[in-house]
Design a protein around this ligand. Structure first.
Ligand code: SF4
Length: 336
């Protein structure tokens, strides 16, 4: 077990973990909600340093990131455990597993991961994804340093449930984020995820203020978070607090884990797409196969810049890999 950062002694041999807003009070020999951090003799240890449950080279569009190195590949790594417990999680086999019980780990150190990433032709860097990377914070941070030192990019795909100080320390090493905004309701976050909305909103604002590239994903689940008034409040908040150029990915829900209600009807996704497009410049629908809803259209001249069919992409016209080739408007993140 490796030493964990961000904790304090809480008396009687207990420790309080300060990595995420749960701030678990952990007794000797016990783990926190994420099951990835354990109190050992009054010190907090991470159970997931160096461990790998999934390691694949993925299209960057799969994260999803549509405005960051479009068409490129990224080596993607995940572990086991999560600080949320969503009943509809698509990756529940690793996210809801206890790292102490998970018996399919392989092992890698940060330098080796960076070396592996730099040897894959056309690979832009490493994405921390599949399960919640905040819960393997120490390993992610060390990998991010090694990857950055190799001249590659770091991407974090997260639920955004992290305390301000660890986020602040991680930011200098990360180039792009995709953050899940699961709903615009504290009730949803408490009942469906076992978390809270407000800290996620703070994370989103901090990332935008830092100037790092941000895209947002909203998994639309019928009857749970598809209320049009609540959704409108969410997209208005994104426009006001994050800016109208932050891409929003509406993702179609399919039954998974404990959730067995039917998949999201396309009509619901289309209605929310139209509503979001009144406020935001780049809105997409994912998880629905080939569709025009995944194309990037220049908000200024209305020409199609990037067409997509799942993970196949066609860039029709981008100047300097960043701006619309027809009118020059900025489309893609500047740090290309
Ligand atoms: S990271 Fe894990 S142990 Fe720490 S506060 Fe969050 S859920 Fe609890």
């Amino acid at each position: 077990m490796f030493p964990a950062q961000f904790f304090e002694s809480a008396g009687n041999g207990k420790v309080r973990c300060l990595l995420c807003p749960h701030e678990c009070l952990i007794a000797e020999g016990k783990t926190g909600i994420c099951k990835a951090r354990k109190n050992q003799n009054g010190k907090l240890r991470t159970l997931v340093y160096n461990k790998v449950a999934a390691l694949h080279s993925d299209p960057i569009e799969k994260k999803p990131l549509y405005h960051f190195y479009p068409g490129k590949m990224i080596l993607s790594i995940g572990e086991a455990g999560c600080n949320f417990n969503c009943p509809f999680c698509q990756n529940h086999h690793i996210s809801q597993a206890s790292p102490e019980d998970y018996n399919n780990f392989s092992y890698i150190n940060p330098d080796l991961l960076a070396e592996q990433a730099s040897k894959i032709p056309g690979n832009i860097g490493v994405a921390y994804t599949y399960n919640e990377p905040v819960i393997f914070y120490e390993f992610m941070s060390d990998c991010a340093v090694a990857v950055k030192n190799s001249g590659l990019k770091n991407v974090v795909v997260s639920n955004g449930f992290i305390n301000p100080e660890p986020l602040k320390r991680l930011l200098p090493f990360i180039d792009a984020f995709n953050i899940d905004l699961k709903a615009f309701s504290e009730n949803f976050y408490q009942k469906q995820a076992g978390g809270k909305l407000q800290p996620v909103l703070e994370t989103l604002k901090t990332i935008v203020k830092s100037g790092k590239h941000l895209e947002v994903t909203n998994l639309v689940i019928p009857g749970l978070n598809d209320d049009s008034e609540e959704f409108k409040s969410m997209v208005k908040w994104i426009k006001t607090e994050l800016g109208s150029d932050v891409p929003l990915h509406l993702s179609r829900y399919f039954p998974a884990y404990h959730a067995d209600y039917p998949p999201t009807p396309l009509s619901i996704l289309e209605n929310l797409f139209l509503l979001a497009s009144e406020y935001l410049n780049f809105v997409y629908i994912g998880n629905i196969g080939e569709t025009d809803y995944s194309a990037t259209i220049c908000p200024s001249c209305k020409k199609t810049i990037i067409k997509r069919n799942r993970y196949d992409i066609w860039i029709t016209s981008l100047q300097e890999k960043i701006n619309c080739g027809y009118c020059g408007r900025k489309i893609v993140a500047e740090n290309q």
